[in-house]
Design a protein around this ligand. Structure first.
Ligand code: ADP
Length: 246
């Protein structure tokens, strides 16, 4: 489902990704961990072109893009890749002037060109799925952080992406609200959704991931099953990072 080959990305003179390679099969969950500033979010954002790599290749489903310095990406290619991915942001990024159901309808109407009745029907189904059937008409400011993030997940799923991308989805939440969001994510994983998750929740990573990559300074220093990476790391930088957490 996902192939990332030799991705490089710099911001000015700072090289943030230094040749990253990842493969993920359909229906699997990839968790990206590593110290702050190691390039995790940038890698995730490259997957839906919120950041455009300087070099390398990205394939999501049947869309393959090749990046090289100086070549301009076609707008259709960007849109095609974005349609295959749904992003869940750390800070939810809901439209404040729209209700929960309107937030979940928005992409369906603007991107998928669905009519409003159809979009609303699917939005209500998705809100039910994330346990918010009774909050459909609430505005974001009337919802807790955990509820807002669950609306964010419903919104990301609404346009039927092939892959869901999560950028530290629980790190803005009060500790008591983390569980309800992780529960929804676990349910999606169990249903076979392909997911890429940047997180600091190691216990969750161990439970939900099929594949874990540990990044440091723009490279992958360790990758494998959760058991391999979290319990038996071999690279000194991975060992140091994991020791600091325990
Ligand atoms: P992580 O998610 O592992 O904390 P990030 O991918 O967010 O790391 O950031 C990696 C590095 O890239 C950091 O040093 C960060 O300051 C820098 N960076 C990220 N986005 C930008 C940007 N848009 N412009 C300049 N520097 C950036």
């Amino acid at each position: 489902m996902i192939q990332i080959r030799n991705i490089h990305k710099s911001f000015g003179s700072l090289e943030v990704l230094k040749g990253v390679n990842v493969t993920l099969d359909k229906g699997k969950v990839l968790v990206i961990i590593g110290p702050s500033g190691s390039g995790k979010t940038t890698l995730l954002r490259c997957l839906n072109l919120l950041e455009v790599p300087d070099q390398g290749e990205i394939q999501v489903g049947d869309i393959a893009l090749n990046f090289a310095t100086g070549t301009k990406l076609r707008q259709e290619s960007i849109l095609a890749l974005r349609k295959r991915t749904g992003m869940v942001f750390q800070s939810y990024n809901l439209f404040p002037h729209m209700t929960a159901v309107q937030n979940v309808m928005e992409g369906q109407v603007t991107v998928q060109k669905k009519n409003k009745d159809e979009a609303r029907k699917r939005a209500l189904e998705l809100l039910k799925k994330v346990g918010l059937a009774d909050k459909a008409e609430s505005y974001p400011h009337q919802l807790s952080g955990g509820q807002q993030q669950r609306v964010g997940i419903a919104r990301a799923m609404a346009v039927e992406p092939e892959v869901l991308l999560f950028d530290e989805p629980t790190s803005a939440l009060d500790p008591e609200l983390v569980g309800e969001v992780l529960k929804v994510m676990k349910q999606l994983a169990a249903e076979g959704m392909t997911m890429v998750i940047v997180t600091h929740e190691m216990k969750f990573a161990a439970e939900v991931a099929d594949h874990v990559i540990l990044m440091d300074q723009g490279v992958i220093v360790e990758q494998g099953t959760p058991h391999e990476v979290l319990e038996h790391p071999t690279s000194p930088r991975a060992i140091q990072f994991l020791n600091r957490l325990s």
